[in-house]
Design a protein around this ligand. Structure first.
Ligand code: URP
Ligand code: ZN
Ligand code: ZN
Length: 488
């Protein structure tokens, strides 16, 4: 009787801290041994010439999500997570999105049901809070936190989603009490509204005007304000989808001052730019996302921010809408940029495009690639070491990469349902050829082998945000702060 279920031999293991030749043995769903000369397995895989990476952890993606505008994402859990697996990602953290008036508990139940039906990779949820009324924060949130929902997202912009600063503080304080990470979409709503009106009044309607309508100053201001709010209640904060050099700079400085703040950017902000929107008619809508794509100098600054640790994760912000009446063109062929859904597909190509831009082109190296795309998001969102690392005892989520394979990305449908890719026209070097999730081969030779609904929910704490329950924020302790100030 062989000791292991599967042994992967002859590959090069890549982790966030080292790259070395080793065999990997799997027993059941977990990694059982790493080393040379491992005992035989019931099955064996030859990984000669291949890199063995932990399956990617995409900690920001929108799946089967209803936008505040009433538009539904193009993907369901099966199509989105199938496309993720084909691109080497084996864990996703999409959203359970509340809208005004909704019960958060109900929302989470609905997203659970959708994921149980469709998911092919393992998943957790960030809960979007746009209506943080007292019963949500004090009655619904505590049991959800105990059930393993370790993070929240709030928006500082978007008409039907945003919270005011005082509501944001309520969310931060509640999250602190329950040990949850808070993630924020940080852009200044007033600036976006004002710029949008000015541009439209001037007759500037094309998709490319989406870029100036989200001024970079709006990101810079909102990141600073969000960090200040989080500092007031001493709550850890993740700044989502940082797009500007200055935004990354604000985070870098705050971290230097000891603030508990982390930052994410996305593959598109590193590899695409504002110029991609500059196309005839509505074609540029394919590259519309929020915050918008920026300038080459921003790309350079974001790479630098990743290198020095000012930003820690690279996600996809997969938000797929088709280029037809069900999606981006819902308001017709004459729509102006404010009437076009924001977001682009990215779950499938996040890792291949980034691997090419980073590892194949000699930027930052393979260890850093693993850290940004798997190990760091797993750590920050409370999934370490079960996910995101190749260590004994971890889930056997692995991607066998051919680092030399050239793949031409052509325009047209991929495995999600957006029907297009923003990355068409480039040839990438490096591709995940075999993908395992909990020891099962779920992708081989470009074919998906995972049944819908075979992904599992991952209950978790809030990563670094997890604190002893009931700890009051020092600034809010009346005896220590407000109380003293109020004494005559
Ligand atoms: O444009 C984007 N990214 N849409 C998705 C929603 C968000 O703010 O992340
Ligand atoms: Zn966002
Ligand atoms: Zn998003």
């Amino acid at each position: 009787m062989p000791e292991h279920d599967l042994v992967i031999r002859g590959g090069t293991v890549a982790t966030a801290t080292g790259v070395y030749p080793a065999d990997v043995a799997i027993r059941g769903e977990r990694i059982a041994a790493i080393g040379a000369g491992l005992a035989p397995g019931r099955t064996e895989l030859d990984a000669t010439g291949r890199l063995l990476l932990p399956g990617g952890v995409d900690s920001h993606c929108h799946i089967e999500q209803l936008a505040a505008s009433g538009l539904m994402n193009a993907d369901d859990f099966a199509s989105a997570t199938g496309s993720a697996a084909l691109g080497g990602t084996t864990t996703v953290i999409p959203f359970a999105a509340q809208h005004v008036g909704m019960s958060l508990t109900r929302v989470v139940e609905e997203y659970h049901a959708a994921a149980e039906r469709g998911a092919m990779v393992d998943y957790a949820f960030h809960m979007i809070l746009c209506d943080p009324r007292p019963e949500i924060l004090h009655e619904e949130l505590p049991p959800l936190a105990r059930a393993g929902h370790g993070s929240l997202k709030v928006f500082l912009t978007y008409d039907r989603l945003r919270v005011e600063d005082a509501q944001f503080l309520d969310v931060l304080e509640a999250a602190r009490l329950h040990g949850q990470m808070v993630c924020v979409h940080a852009e200044n709503h007033g600036m976006i509204t004002w710029m949008g009106k000015r541009l439209l009044a001037g007759g500037y309607r094309a998709p490319r005007y989406h870029v100036p309508s989200h001024p970079r100053l709006g990101e810079i201001e909102a990141i600073g304000r969000a960090i200040a709010c989080a500092a007031l209640v001493d709550q850890p904060l993740m700044i989502f989808h940082v797009s500007t050099a200055e935004g990354a700079g604000v985070i870098h400085r705050a971290r230097g001052e000891g603030r508990k703040v982390w930052g994410e950017t996305c593959t598109q902000y590193l590899t695409l730019g504002a110029r991609d929107l500059d196309r005839p008619g509505l074609e540029g809508a394919m590259w519309m996302c929020s915050p918008p794509l920026r300038e080459p100098a921003d790309q350079e600054a974001l790479w630098w921010a990743l290198e020095i640790g000012a930003l820690q994760t690279v996600s996809s912000d997969h938000a797929p809408y088709r280029m037809d009446a069900s999606g981006k063109l819902a308001k017709g062929e004459n729509a102006h940029f404010k009437e076009i859904a924001n977001g682009m597909p990215g779950l499938e190509l996040r890792l291949p495009v980034l691997f090419d831009a980073m590892v194949s082109r000699g930027r930052l190296g393979l260890e850093k690639f693993v850290e940004l795309t798997a190990t760091a998001p797993a750590r920050l969102y409370g999934l370490h070491a079960r996910k995101g690392s190749i260590v004994i005892g971890a889930d056997a989520d692995l991607a066998l990469w051919n680092p030399d394979r050239l793949v031409e990305i052509v325009q047209g449908p991929r495995h999600d349902r957006a029907g297009y890719t923003p990355y068409a026209g480039r040839t990438v070097r490096g591709w995940p050829e075999i993908v395992l999730r909990r020891g099962q081969v779920i992708v081989a030779d470009g074919a998906l082998q995972a049944p819908s609904g075979s992904g599992r929910f991952l209950p978790r704490t809030g990563g670094p945000a997890a604190a002893p329950l009931g700890r009051p924020a020092p600034e809010l302790d009346p005896a220590r702060n407000f109380g003293a100030q109020l004494r005559p």
